[in-house]
Design a protein around this ligand. Structure first.
Ligand code: DLZ
Length: 212
């Protein structure tokens, strides 16, 4: 039988040698948590598979998707400031954690919230993955938030020069969101887009360093 669609991203044959050195942040909203959890798990699994070290993956949360651009902007700026201030004499616990966002309370295991005293905390982020799930309700809220978040995240990456992966589902129904996180309720569970976002972060972070 012919494929139903030609749509989608073919896996890259290429691997990224420097992946173990990359520092990646995942910032996720907590609205529509069941879907968010699966997407974040998918993104983390892809990052680890690509060779990113667990200790170089930083998780942060915000209440809803509307907060994602602000959080990404602060996180990227904080990482750059930490890297710039990290003179060798200051290392060893004196590096203040400039990040004021809430660490992810749902994940106390690994990979977990960063500690301000770890060596990884003094490096800037090579890419940020912003994860949110917007599901249309009966008012115009959905349209306004989708518009603000997509433009906001684009602005953050262009303004900061740090790649921001658009891990935001804009679904018209619950089922659309579930299927895009591999949680479909029908026979077809769908595909977890979080995996694509993890791969995109590694590809962009690896290539952007050479483009600059
Ligand atoms: C208010 C709101 C609504 C109606 N729907 C969603 C949603 O589907 N997904 C999401 O991530 N956030 C939603 N929010 C919350 C907003 O993103 C934001 O957190 C609040 O308006 C506070 O700024």
């Amino acid at each position: 039988m012919a494929d139903k669609t030609i749509k989608g991203l073919e896996p890259l044959a290429q691997t990224f040698e420097g992946a173990s050195q990359l520092r990646i942040a995942i910032v996720h909203a907590r609205w529509n948590d069941k879907v968010i959890k699966a997407l974040v798990d998918g993104a983390i699994a892809a990052l680890l598979k690509q060779g990113v070290k667990e200790e170089n993956i930083v998780l942060k949360t915000v209440p809803g998707s509307y907060e994602l651009p602000f959080a990404c902007q602060k996180l990227i700026a904080g990482g750059k400031a930490q890297a710039a201030n990290a003179a060798p004499s200051l290392l060893g616990g004196a590096t203040a954690n400039l990040l004021s966002l809430v660490d992810d309370p749902a994940r106390t295991g690994t990979p977990g919230p960063e500690s301000s005293s770890t060596a990884a905390a003094v490096r800037e982020f090579d890419a940020v993955i912003a994860v949110g799930v917007l599901i249309k309700g009966s008012t115009m809220h959905f349209e306004y938030i989708c518009d603000a978040v997509s433009h906001g995240l684009m602005r953050v990456q262009l303004d900061t020069g740090t790649p921001v992966v658009f891990g935001v589902l804009t679904a018209l129904t619950d089922d659309q969101a579930l299927e895009r996180a591999g949680l479909g309720r029908g026979e077809n569970k769908g595909h977890n887009h979080g995996e694509d976002w993890g791969n995109a972060a590694v590809e962009l972070a690896s290539n952007a360093a050479q483009w600059g």
